[in-house]
Design a protein around this ligand. Sequence first.
Ligand code: UD1
Length: 300
Amino acid sequence: MQRVLITGGLGQVGSYLVDALYEEAQISVLDNYSSTTREAVPQGVNVIKGDVRDRIAADLVEQNDIVIHTAAQISVTASMEDPLFDAQSNVFGTLNLLEAARRSSVSRFIYISSAAVYGDPVSVPVAESHPQEPLSPYGVSKLSGEKYCMMYHKAFGLPSCCIRPFNIYSPRQDPGNPYSGVISRFIEKAKAGEGPVIFGDGTQTRDFISVHDIVDIIMLLLKKEDACGHVFNAGTGNSITVNELASLVLEIFDADVAVQYMPERPGDIKYSCSDISKARTILGFEPKVSLREGLMEFTE
Ligand code: UD1
């Protein structure tokens, strides 16, 4: 059985990865319990409380065959308030793991970056070659993590690869977190019988991808030898407006409430949509969960 280390294994992406892999691999989770919505892990999964910057993280990398690095400081807003903490977690944390991976014999190092590396897109859909001009310390730290992964691949032969997820959603996104995504917020409101709050005029677009499709693309990164040394967009290739999203959520939750409009959020990007041709060609990736299906999961 392969030994897989999942950093951030109690978080949104990590916890679904644990579910997808625990029957076929020996899983260790390293998590600092900063953003977990999961109470119990499947039997046999080894959970270690700790930080990616710590010595324990490096030791764990050396004890495993595969590293899937999902742990991160995940909030754009928090990164604006405390860029040093953001860089310590996302840059030094990643480098700590990469250094341990260089000394050991991991067969795959997978890094979760972000579409935030693009900043405000100059054109959509956004391919991987689009200019990377982040607008937040978070975008810079994620880009930096990616660059280290690619550099370790080129210089040291580390079998690393990265994805840049667009807007991920799932019922395990922490709704209590003030930085949680628009889908969790709209659903919380709908469930409480309140209208969703739209920042701006609602014509901004986003490419919402179900966490299950994110898990699928990571599985492909594990299987495909050609993935190493590459960065892939992880989106659906489709986008919708925030107004359309609000209507869909209200319809699914059968909520007869009025939408409220508030001033645009400073720094918000207007249009976002991925071009996933590269992942389709090299990995054979095809997103499977429609937004309606993904939202239905929140009703279960
Ligand atoms: C998302 C990611 C962020 C990533 C960025 C990359 C999430 C939670 N955040 O930010 O980590 O760096 O993409 O581009 O996935 N909105 C409302 N009402 C609300 C909440 C939000 O109208 O109650 C609007 C926002 O103003 C924004 C859109 O919905 O225009 C999406 O917001 P959000 O879910 O916070 O994600 P992004 O800002 O796209």
